[in-house]
Structure formats: C-alpha cells, structure tokens
Design a protein around this ligand. Structure first.
Ligand code: H79
Length: 437
C-alpha cells in the first residue's frame, strides 16, 4: 500500500500543477510560438489517396462500400515517401509548424499503434511507421510539430457510429461498450503523447458526442500533464485553446485572440487527382494576408499521393508562397493584427512594439495609397523586401484640427511584387490598442 501511495502521490502532484488554472499571462506565454508562427502546413496523408477519393467521408456517406474503401490498404505503398524532402518543402514555404494526420475518421493509423492492427505498418505495403521519421525531420528543421487525431473512429468495433445510416449501437444503451471505446482511444492518445510529444494537438470529429461523453476535460488535463506547453485546437468540445474555422475566411476579427483558418488548396483535403480546382498562388497569398491582418494563422493543407510524392500543383503553390514569405518575413512573423479597414482598405499587420505598420497591397493601385484616420505620425516609409524609400504626404490636416487628415503614399509600379506588395510605415508613436489586439 505504501509503495502504491509513493507512486501515485508524485503523479497526482504533477497533474495538479499542470492543471491548475492558468493565468492569462501564462496562457499567452504558452500560445506565443503559435501567435508568432502565422503559417502552418496541414497534411492529410492516408489510404484515401490510393483511389483518390474523399477521406473517410466517402464510405461514411455511401459513395463507396466500406469493404472497397478498405481495399485501398493494399495500394498504400509510401514507396517514394521522403520525409526529409517534405520537411524541406514545408520549411521552404515559410511555415513554422505542421499538422499531420495520425489517424483520420477511417481509423487507419499512420504509426504502429499497439491498440489495433488497423495501421499502415500491419495492414499496408508501406509496412512502416510513417510519423516517426517525419517528426524527426520536422524537428531537425526547428519547426513545431502538431498531430491531427480523430476522436471518432468509424472503424473501431466499439465505436457507436459507423455509416451515415448505420450505427453499431445506441451509445446510451451500452455505456460499458462506450467505455471500452474510450479506453481504446485514450490508449492511442497515451501512445502519441509518449512517442511523439506533439507541440500541438489538432482534434477533429468531436461533434458526434458531447464533452461529458468524450470526457473532454480529462483529455485536456492528461495532455497538459504529459506536456504542459502543448496547445490544443478547439475541437475538443469546449476544452481547446484556439478557434479553428474551416475553409471560411473570416471577414471580421474572430473573438478569440488565437485562431487558425484551415484551408484546402483545391476542394479536397486528401489527394484527389480529378480535383483541379486549385486556388492560384495569388489567391492563397491574399487569403494568408487576410488571416494575419486579422491576427490569425493559416493552416494550409496538402494531400500527398499514396506513394508519398506531393502533387506538382501543391509543390508550386508552396514554392511561390515561400518566395513571398521569405521576401516579406518582417511583415509576417511575430506581428500582431493591423489597423481597421476603415483606416486602410486592405490587410495590415503591426510589429509587436506597434511602431511599424505593414500595409499589404493586394491589388494593383491606381494612384497613391491612402490611410485615413490614423493619428500616428509617419517617420519613414519603404518597400518591404526591397528597402526603397517611399514618398508620402499628409493632406487635409489643418493645424487647429485633431483630424489626422489623409496620408498619401507613392508606390511606383516598378516596385510592385508579382503577388502582394508590402510597405512598411515607421511610426513616431505606437498604434493604440483600440481593437483588443
Ligand atoms: O479532415 C478534414 C475533414 O475530413 C474534416 N475536417 C477536415 C480538417 C471534416 N470534414 N467535415 N467536417 C470535418 C465537419 C463536418 C461537419 C458535418 Fe455535420 C458533419 C456536417 C454534416 C455532418 C456536424 C454534424 C455538423 C452537422 C452535423
């Protein structure tokens, strides 16, 4: 008994400390890398790439039978999978973190889970754990590593839901069986936490049950006990750290100070060769500017092929994004949300000391740029990534008026970027925090 007590007590203490209510300052410190990172790359890699069909949803919604969906296991080779090349490309894009599917709703784990045979090591010709070498490569690059994990598992025999019109059992009629599922799921969470120690947990599929059923609070406490610095997305029934709008660009600033838009490059999360509806690099970059201008991050998705190669359209977008983020890095990383659109009709960011204002010019200007209503005096202006000084003048500011007037800035056409030009205004005083950023 004494022995057991001596084991349990330290564990209890550690968990109490980890779960003690965080102060806002402590939370801000935990979230700091995420706030500064701005760009992440999401990876949906799974057996759905074999036929190039919808990830998990295709069988759930009856577009393909479960049996035929699972036949894709036999074609998942990962033959040309090169995690170092993936990490290089992700770093080149300017992303500071990545989130990869450890297991989608179809239940196929990308690592050698001991909780079930349904994993790429046991059930596919890939025959190996694909996550470990990727995590190694990502961390060697100094990037943060996140993991996507589906709470729901439509393949697990003890999970109540299966197909859209076919359930295994009614949850409330068999809580014993549900608890078996929770044991299984928590077993996988324990494996992932101890094996990979993610910097970020990206949950999905929480909508099928409520916080009490998932025991969401306990999940959160457990993950923070494993790693007090980890970050959890919002899809844990109210127990996450930041908001995750999906495929919808916010127009107004979201309420949460931390948020991340997850977005597909075409209309698919996984590899679907028939889906050629790709956003152009220009569209992606402008959406990215919109996100960071509103204080958020962009988690941009790629869907590798079953052999592990990344489709060329996706590579092209990442490379052009990389050119642009490298050139404009000072306007991106470590910044905060910019000034309101009433002041400047485009996205903008501010340096942390709020004395450098970055204006994103996301279409070709006719005449001068104009900033209206900003009381801070401009000391100098230049083109980011080039350094050319810019002329500017203030009009309509009578000496007796408190109206800041109109600030006009010349932006010569030959200085424009092919995608989005960024100019920096160095200010005499910091922009006031009027908008909660
Ligand atoms: O992994 C990708 C998608 O497979 C997965 N999340 C991204 C990152 C995803 N797809 N859809 N969803 C998540 C949300 C789905 C919501 C719905 Fe519903 C499920 C719409 C209809 C069924 C929830 C339940 C909302 C309405 C009912």
């Amino acid at each position: 008994m004494k022995k057991i007590k001596s084991l349990i007590l330290p564990l209890l203490l550690v968990s109490l400390v980890a779960n003690a209510q965080e102060t806002p300052e402590q939370k801000a410190a935990r979230m700091q890398w995420f706030s500064d990172a701005k760009l992440g790359i999401f990876i949906h890699y799974g057996i759905y790439a074999v036929n190039g069909i919808g990830e998990s949803w295709s069988f759930h919604n009856g577009q393909i039978s479960y049996e035929n969906y699972m036949k894709q296991l036999n074609g998942f080779t990962a033959k040309k999978y090169d995690p170092v090349a993936w990490a290089d490309l992700i770093a080149e894009s300017g992303a500071k973190y990545t989130v990869i599917t450890s297991k989608h709703h179809d239940g196929v784990a990308l690592y050698d889970t001991k909780m079930s045979d349904l994993n790429v090591v046991k059930k596919t010709p890939a025959k190996r754990d694909l996550l470990t070498p990727f995590y190694k490569a990502i961390r060697e690059k100094g990037l943060k590593a996140g993991l996507y994990f589906s709470l729901l598992d439509w393949s697990q025999p003890d999970y109540p839901n299966f197909l859209k019109n076919k359930i295994r059992y009614e949850y409330k009629n068999d809580t014993l069986r549900w608890n078996k599922y929770l044991t299984f799921m928590n077993g996988q969470l324990d494996e992932i936490a101890t094996r990979f120690n993610p910097d970020l947990w990206w949950f999905d599929g929480d909508w099928e049950f409520g916080p009490e059923q998932w025991k969401a609070k306990q999940i959160r406490e457990k993950l923070l006990t494993y790693n007090p610095n980890t970050i959890i997305n919002s899809r844990l029934q109210g127990y996450g750290d930041y908001d995750t709008p999906e495929n919808g660009v916010p127009i107004y600033r979201p309420k949460s100070p931390w948020w991340e838009l997850c977005m597909t490059m075409n209309d698919s999360w996984g590899y679907q060769p028939t889906d050629k509806n790709y956003k152009t690099p220009n569209q992606v970059i402008r959406i990215f500017a919109d996100c960071i201008g509103l204080g958020g991050n962009l988690l941009l998705d790629i869907g590798p092929k079953a052999d592990g190669t990344i489709p060329e359209e996706q590579v092209a977008i990442l490379k052009e994004l990389g050119r642009w983020t490298t050139k404009h890095s000072e306007a991106i990383y470590g910044t905060v949300a910019g000034i309101p659109r009433e002041w400047y009709a485009g996205p903008s960011t501010l340096s942390k000391d709020r004395k450098k204002l970055y204006l994103f010019i996301d279409s070709k200007p006719i005449g001068q740029l104009v900033v209206k209503g900003m009381p801070n005096k401009v000391v100098s202006a230049w083109v980011v990534g080039k350094g050319n000084p810019l002329n500017f003048n203030v009009m309509m500011k009578p000496w007796w008026s408190s109206n800041p007037g109109l600030l006009y800035i010349d932006v010569p056409e030959d200085l424009l970027d092919e995608q989005v030009t960024v100019i920096c205004l160095s200010l005499e005083t910091p922009v006031q925090e009027l908008f909660g950023n």
